[in-house]
Design a protein around this ligand. Sequence first.
Ligand code: G3P
Ligand code: CA
Length: 249
Amino acid sequence: MRAPGAPLTVIAHRGAPSAAPENTLVSDEVARRGGAAWIENDVQPSKDGVPYVLHDTTVDRTTDGTGPIRSLTSGQLDELDAGSWFAPAYTGTRIPTLAAQLADLRERGGKLLLEIKGPHSRAEVARIVQEVREQRMTDRVFVQSFDVPSLRYAHELAPELPLGLLRDTLDADPVALARELDLSAYNVGDAALATRPQLVGDLHAAGVAVNVWTVDKPARWKALDALGVDGVITNRATELSGWLSGRTG
Ligand code: G3P
Ligand code: CA
C-alpha cells in the first residue's frame, strides 16, 4: 500500500499503447523510458500451453495472423508480426512469451502486474507460476485477474505472489471477498469506484490496496490521488509520471 505522503504508483497499461504496439517488449521499453516502474500485461496460453502476452482472445487485431490464441501453437505464434498493424516502423515485432517479457524486465528493470486473462485451468496457472520462478522474478510480479478460480490456483501454487482481484462492477462486500481470497489489492474500474469512493478507506482499513483502471485524464488522476488510491493503471504512463513529478516538485 502507498505510504503516507508517497506518490501513487504508475502502472503502464499494456506498456505504452499510444506510442508502440501494445503488450510487446518495445512497448515496455517506451513505458520504462517514460518513467513507469510497473508494466501491466495480459497472459494467455498457446495451444501447446506456452504463456504469451496478448490481450484479445484472438490474434486478429494486433498481429498479421488470424484465429484464437488457444488454437495456435507456439511455433505459429512466433511467426506472427505484432508490430506492423500499429506502424511500419514496428514491422517484425513479435508477440512476447511471458518468459521473454520476464527476462527483459529482469535485465532492463521494471515490475510486472501480470493479468491472467480469462479462465485458466490449474495446470495453466501452474505454468505461469513456473515461468515466474524460472525467471527469478517472484519478488517483482503482482498477479491480477477477473477470474476468481485463477486467483485461487495462484494462491495455492505460489502463496508468495501478491494477488489483485480485477473488477468492473463492485462486489457486494469487497472487504469480505478480499479476506476470503487473501488479496493484497482490489483493482477496480474507475467508473465503478466512483459509485462508492469510501470503499478506498474500507479496503485500506482491512490492509488491502486499491489500484484503479484505466485512467487517462488528469482530472481523474487528481481525484484519485486525493482519494488516496495506491496505484493508477493508465495508457498514458509517461504523462502521469510527469503530472506526479510536477505535483511533488
Ligand atoms: O489492468 C486492468 C485492465 O487491464 C483490465 O482491462 O481489458 O484492459 O485487460 P483490460
Ligand atoms: Ca489487462
